[in-house]
Design a protein around this ligand. Structure first.
Ligand SMILES: *Cc1c(COP(=O)(O)O)cnc(C)c1O
Length: 393
């Protein structure tokens, strides 16, 4: 399926890259020739296939991952009085979704071993405030490492909080719970809602696209309505019925729909998701082996085979030096992430350098090396040798 793995020619090597096959193109073309461009049969097909893939009861396909996050905070009733805890090491949208509803973002520092939200720091915030102060927690499966949501669920239950799992990096990822059961990211066992992105650098590409998964029928129905302007045409839900044309706008919703041809692309990509995930894990293993006993320190969270490797992150002392050196060698590594609390927008709320020392120190050293299923062995070997050669200077 990845015939180029052993091919020698390469130009620029980026940190992530989509993989579009003739089959994907044919699937999109078929949908473009059909009667539906938006909200046709491919949406429902994609939603049920994706829900099945992650092991959740329901999936709602939306315009992008950010729209998915916004619909989650809306559905959970975030408002001006809501305080929500999340990690500073994530894409800004994980925090922004709270602001869209006027809520307050409270960051907590990371566990340096995994670069994910440190549950002990979250517990500190919760135990220091009167009960009822916080509304929810948004943990992020950073880089593809599945957060232990069983632990977050029991903490959340203690304080009556909801959980939105930002699983954008981790379709197919899992953690092993206390019963020894593999809990896949987004399966809805512990989180109220989970969100995914189908941006081209993520595992499954729709162009733009996203999904929310859940096991709650009530939240699912709310999300469907919010995705389409807050409008329902379901006679069972309407207050009145004037005839065939009649519909009711019952809440302030949005147009966050995905198109049918994007869903066709997602559906076609989903068929290769397991294969792509296996390649990502294989690439990570090759990096791990190559960097053992060198000055290149991979971020290696505890292993149970469940890492989904959206990113392969290393930590090095001279990160800027390595970044610039790799660029000069046509290797476009990337930094994930500049801590969200240090963004000028969040600094207006009083956040500043020094607030979350572990996140800040992680940021100074982190670099994401190329990681995508069609990365060839030769390209990877070139990345490895250039990285090692800079770091051994
Ligand atoms: C990509 C991403 C998002 C946003 O997804 P879009 O589809 O780009 O809107 C949110 N959270 C995380 C962690 C992401 O990586």
């Amino acid at each position: 399926m990845f015939p180029n793995i052993l091919k020698a020619e390469f130009a620029a090597i980026h940190y992530g890259k989509q993989h579009i096959t003739d089959e994907d193109i044919a699937a999109v073309a078929t949908t473009l020739r059909s009667d539906y461009l938006t909200q046709g049969p491919k949406i429902a097909e994609f939603e049920s296939a994706f829900a099945e893939y992650v092991g959740a009861k329901y999936a709602v396909a939306v315009a992008n991952g950010t729209a998915a996050l916004h619909l989650c905070t809306l559905a959970l009733g975030v408002n001006e009085g809501s305080k929500v805890i999340t990690t500073p090491i994530t894409f800004a949208a994980s925090a922004n979704c709270v602001r869209y509803c006027g809520g307050q973002v409270v960051f907590a520092d990371i566990d340096p071993e995994t670069a994910t939200l440190d549950i002990d720091k979250v517990r500190d915030w919760l135990s220091e405030a009167p009960k009822g102060t916080y509304a929810g927690i948004i943990p992020v499966d950073f880089a593809g490492y599945a957060v232990n949501l069983e632990a977050f669920r029991s903490l959340a239950d203690e304080y009556g909080l909801w959980i939105i799992e930002d699983a954008c990096h981790a379709p197919g990822g899992f953690f092993t719970d206390s019963q020894g059961i593999r809990q896949h990211c987004g399966n809805g066992t512990f989180a109220d809602l989970a969100i995914f992105s189908f941006h081209p650098v993520k595992h499954i590409a729709c162009g733009e696209g996203g999904a929310i998964t859940t096991n709650s029928k009530e939240l699912y129905e709310k999300l469907l309505m919010l995705r389409t302007h807050g409008i329902t045409k379901d006679p069972a839900l309407m207050h009145e019925n004037h005839g065939g044309w009649y519909m009711e706008m019952q809440e302030l919703g949005y147009n966050y729909r995905l198109t049918d041809f994007q869903a066709a692309l997602g559906l076609s990509q989903l068929k290769r998701a397991d294969e792509g995930l296996a390649r990502r894990r294989e690439i990570a293993k090759r990096y791990d082996e190559a960097f053992a006993n060198t000055k290149v320190l991979p971020l290696t969270p505890p292993q149970d085979g469940g890492h989904a490797y959206h990113l392969y992150v290393i930590q090095v002392a001279d990160r800027k030096g390595l970044y610039d050196y790799l660029r000069s060698k046509n290797i476009f590594a990337q930094v994930h992430y500049i801590p969200t609390h240090l963004m000028p927008y969040y600094q207006q709320f009083g956040y500043k350098n020094g607030d979350f020392p572990l996140a800040e120190s992680y940021y100074r050293q982190c670099l994401s090396l190329p990681m995508y299923p069609t990365l060839t062995h030769e390209e990877q070997d070139y990345v490895i040798s250039q990285t090692k050669s800079f770091c051994s200077q």
